[in-house]
Design a protein around this ligand. Structure first.
Ligand code: TXA
Ligand code: MG
Length: 334
């Protein structure tokens, strides 16, 4: 397959054939582009971890066409079924008990007895799932820790021509799916904020959605530093300082780019990752930093602020790695 393809019927069939052989294809979902592989094929799953340089303790989301296929991989109880009926296909991932004999490669689950499942809404992702007739794992199509891609061009920036990309245009939502945990027995837990608000989930379930308890590793992928541009990021900036480029919101004066001049959070989410990529290139060229104006912490703003905080978080630099290596050496006694 050639690198970037429009999702014609022929390209969809080629993509499905490619996936069936255990190879990877990047495809659009309504949230971000995913790096897809056959969930039932351990080698395909291993190739995803290798290409993304993703730590193997971080499990993947299993993508299915809908609830019927979800039941083959997970125990779908009443609460999960109600949420699927309300929000699928769409940007909601459910963490559920793993079904016995689920046809999912062990590596994709990182040793957990739960599985994250979602039914994407993008017509291209749905067409590939239908043609393949197997579940797909599809993490965001970026190297681990970096900015998620929302266009086919972003995926090419990440992986060059190593991976064929189905070009379904810019992602409408722009931030990854909301993840709700239903496997703990303690009621619904918000593991990652996204476009489906916890209030909307609570309304369907008639039960409050809680934050994960601190003693539990919620979603192992929610490492503090994530979505990180190469340039440093400064949050809640009222204006640009010397050498900074400014990401604005709602008409911030002096903004280099404005996530939504009219203050629309949906527009801001859809622009977030592509604007961070553009400003990153500018900030690095200028040897500077990205400053970000405040974004209201309501509705989709909660997901936007979550991603921005992780983009600004301290990164594991060479000194930390060195320190870790030294500690490990000491522990091994060499
Ligand atoms: O919108 C999305 O969900 C995108 C598109 C491509 O579908 N995918 C995505 O995948 O964001 P990824 O791999 O970048 O993020 C998956 C997240 C990680 O934080 C991971 O730790 C969490 O889901 N996760 C997966 N399985 C889990 C489980 N059993 N329990 C808790 N968290 C889990
Ligand atoms: Mg990701």
């Amino acid at each position: 397959m050639s690198p970037v393809l429009f999702p014609t019927d022929r390209a969809i069939d080629e993509a499905a054939a490619h996936l069936r052989e255990g190879r990877l294809v990047a495809l659009p979902t309504e949230t971000v582009y995913g790096l897809a592989g056959d969930a039932t094929n351990g080698e395909a799953v291993a190739a995803i971890y290798a290409l993304k340089r993703r730590p193997s303790f971080n499990p993947l989301i299993v993508h299915v066409p809908g609830i019927i296929q979800a039941r083959q991989v997970a125990a779908v109880g009443d609460a999960a079924a109600a949420l699927a009926a309300a929000f699928w296909p769409g940007p909601l991932t459910l963490v559920l008990p793993l079904a016995r004999g689920a046809p999912v490669a062990a590596l994709a689950l990182a040793g957990l007895d739960t599985v994250a499942v979602r039914a994407p809404a993008h017509p291209t992702a749905r067409a590939v799932l239908d043609a393949l007739d197997r579940p797909l794992v599809a993490p965001s199509a970026n190297r681990s820790g970096r900015i998620s891609p929302t266009t086919a061009a972003h995926v090419e920036e990440e992986f060059g021509d190593a991976i064929p990309v189905l070009d379904g245009g810019a992602c409408a939502v722009g931030v990854e799916s909301t993840i709700i945990g239903l496997a703990s027995g303690a009621g619904p837990v918000l593991l990652r904020p996204g476009a489906i608000a916890p209030e909307a989930v609570a309304e369907v379930l008639g039960k409050a959605v809680t934050a994960p308890s601190r003693s539990v590793v919620a979603a192992p992928g929610m490492l503090t530093s994530h979505y990180a541009p190469a340039a440093k990021v400064r949050l809640r900036a009222s204006g640009p300082r010397e050498g900074e480029v400014l990401l604005g919101f709602g008409g911030t004066p002096g903004a280099t780019l404005d996530l939504s001049p009219s203050g629309d959070l949906h527009e801001a989410a859809a622009n977030l990752f592509s604007f961070l990529r553009r400003l990153d290139a500018e900030a690095i060229a200028a040897g500077g930093r990205i400053a970000v104006a405040p974004v209201p912490d309501t509705g989709l703003g909660v997901a936007i602020n979550d991603r921005l905080r992780r983009a600004a978080a301290p990164r594991p630099g060479p000194r930390t790695l060195f320190g870790m290596r030294r500690r490990n050496r000491r522990r091994r006694g060499d």
